[in-house]
Design a protein around this ligand. Sequence first.
Ligand SMILES: [Zn+2]
Length: 320
Amino acid sequence: MSVEEPFPNYHKQAKYLTKAKKDSEFLRSANAQVLQQTLRTLDRAWDDMKARGFGIPRFKNKYRMRSFVFPQLGKNPISKDAIKLPGLKSVKWRMSRSIPDNFVAKQARIVRKASGYFVMLLVKLDVNVPTPMPHGHPRGLDLGFDKFVSSSDGEEIKRPKFLKTLQRKLKLLQRRLRNKQKGSNNRHKLNQKIARLYQRISDTRKDWHFKLAHHLCSDAGMIFVEDINFVTWQRGMLSKQSADAGFGQFVNILHWVCWKTDTYFAKVNKDGTSQTCPNCGAHTGKKSLDVRVHHCNECGYTTTRDVAAAQEIRNRGVTR
Ligand SMILES: [Zn+2]
């Protein structure tokens, strides 16, 4: 590839790939569609970098390259103890969750985790599933750094200590990595240890997100959250704390749990939720981040900043 071309597009790369395969047994051994998907991922990363100010894509060595996708599967690829993957024939597996009736497997993503290889299936159902209708008790939620979630009913939930402890442990190990020589056995071992801990953190966090989502849905008929682009938000000035908070994942899980529990779910416009009094609707002006209390001079309503924001989100949800 010539240096005059810093960002060859997908189609050029695909052409280079065809050429490279002629000389490389290693490349030929992989499924063609899988390789193309990897190029598409890179192409998207470059686009995001240029259009949205994301960082330069990192080279994925064998520790970082954690997954790849089969964008298409053959006919009836799944049986109880094996999955047919293009180019790999039948691979033995343990099906951890059964596929619901009438769903068809469309794509398979192979993910390497510290505890082994996993298959994530994208399944599709060709039937319309009714979404829950607005009904019952409305609950607005404000997500933030100080409290993970504040609800319009006055509940404030902090991020759990156990996640913070694990996160600190991870930082420690990552720091130790700097003293290990590249390619050494010790470094390899430490890398594996880091991968296992990373996995544990993400499992623990996900589990907590599910429990929290169920808790928040338990006695509500409607859930409203701010319509925030969490990716951009997390790249803001507070990115360090929010990176491990996983707001985006939580909202996805919340949406899913709402659907499962027949709770209506909607996102509302986020603009100025902290500038309006949820009690009387008066404009209370911009609060700087260090102001943690909402006090309205019009009606005298006083509560915490985050609960006031959650109540304003609820108000916007029910009057939409
Ligand atoms: Zn007021």
